[in-house]
Ligand binder design. Sequence first.
Ligand code: NAI
Length: 478
Amino acid sequence: MAFDFKVADLSLAEFGRKEIRLAEHEMPGLMATRAEYGPSQPLKGAKIMGSLHMTVQTAVLIETLVALGAEVRWVSCNIFSTQDHAAAAVVVGPNGTPDNPQGVPVFAWKGETLEEYWWCTEQALTWPDGEGPNMILDDGGDATLLVHKGAEFEKAGAVPDPSTADSEEYAIVLGLLQRSLAADPRKWTTIASRIKGVTEETTTGVLRLYEMQREGKLLFPAINVNDSVTKSKFDNKYGIRHSLPDGIMRGTDVLIGGKVAVVCGYGDVGKGAAEALRGQGARVIVTEIDPINALQAAMDGYQVTVLEDVVETADIFITTTGNFNIITADHMARMKHQAIVGNVGHFDNEIDMAGLARIPGIEKIEIKPQVHEWRFADGHSIIVLSEGRLLNLGNATGHPSFVMSNSFTNQVIAQIELFTKPSEYPIGVYVLPKILDEKVARLHLDALGVKLTTLTKEQAAYIGVDIAGPYKSDHYRY
Ligand code: NAI
């Protein structure tokens, strides 16, 4: 059956399928989920709109959701993160051909413009039968934001006006809403009313959800997947430990050993970033605003100081804060020749790229896609990776399969929870019960040859837990 989609090149599907096959072996959690839930089809009737980096690992997630009965439409949550062969393979599907695609509608390609990005998001939210989506799987909250903003304008009877936007990207969002509301004045409230819930992948998206909940603006229940222990303490940390140096190396081929690297933020992502750079022999300096994280960094052996003190002497600068304006245009102008600047926090505003472009006399030279030399009027230059967007996905291929299996198994379980037990989740933001978190970890032990010790009945009673878990209280921090 013909269906709508937009990807770079369907002839890449065979390569994509081969990599998906290898990834499946590295994603035991997702494959176990297929085996456990496939026969009962808990997601039958679910129409899931997904907005999450369209990579090989995400392909295994998408096909797991389909194996559990869901209908799916997908976009990337970043303009540079799509792996075109993975997108093609998902559209073609395991049994289709490029001439006869039989998979899942995907709207994503590497190197979208911002206009294209938001167009893709709207396409995936617009179900051809007019009856979907009824679930969102989000990463960073852009799909959730579009539905909420659209519904907000509708309820207020207001017309979105792009000229009131405070950024180029928000102007694009307002323009899209203006056009879509002119065509269908009830589009976004209708979509919002059908949605049973959203499962959110990352720290930044979760922050947005709690904010909407606090302000009484949240329109449907949400599961915070990020704060499953088997997500943020694994993907954010061990994932970045792999994919950050991968991105720096693929982008620049620079030797990290001996360099001075600054990591801004020492949360879960910052911890993985600092460890990776130290592992390559860099001398790592951390910046933090939180005294607890700053003390952790110091105890872990890093120098902790302010950016101003090292901006002129360090070689590599990586932002991991989820905050904005961490590296300003003035900072970048003061950096030494060929300093490398990159971000792995969710949005591109950690580094003031707009301010950099406005510096008089500055010249942007493309070395290759997602690697740019910015030459200042005095002749010295810096290298910026992925235009300030997630460099581990823009310059490399994101986190590897095994760690994403942990994150995505949480995603699948969260989708099943919200879709099959709506009465247990009134509008609000939830985390998965610890017993399910432990289950996700358990599914990944065999592959690593881990032998788990079993509590005796007496030991379980002594520490006050069930032999089968959960083993920790909810306030335990790992
Ligand atoms: P987190 O909240 O654990 O860590 C952020 C840290 O930055 C905190 O310790 C905070 O105190 C610190 N911080 C805030 N403002 C700062 C400032 N002005 N200067 C220095 N430090 C500052 O968050 P997490 O989980 O580490 O995530 C960070 C970002 O990375 C989020 O945007 C998240 O969505 C994103 N992320 C990216 C991934 C990737 O693949 N690139 C994977 C997972 C998360």
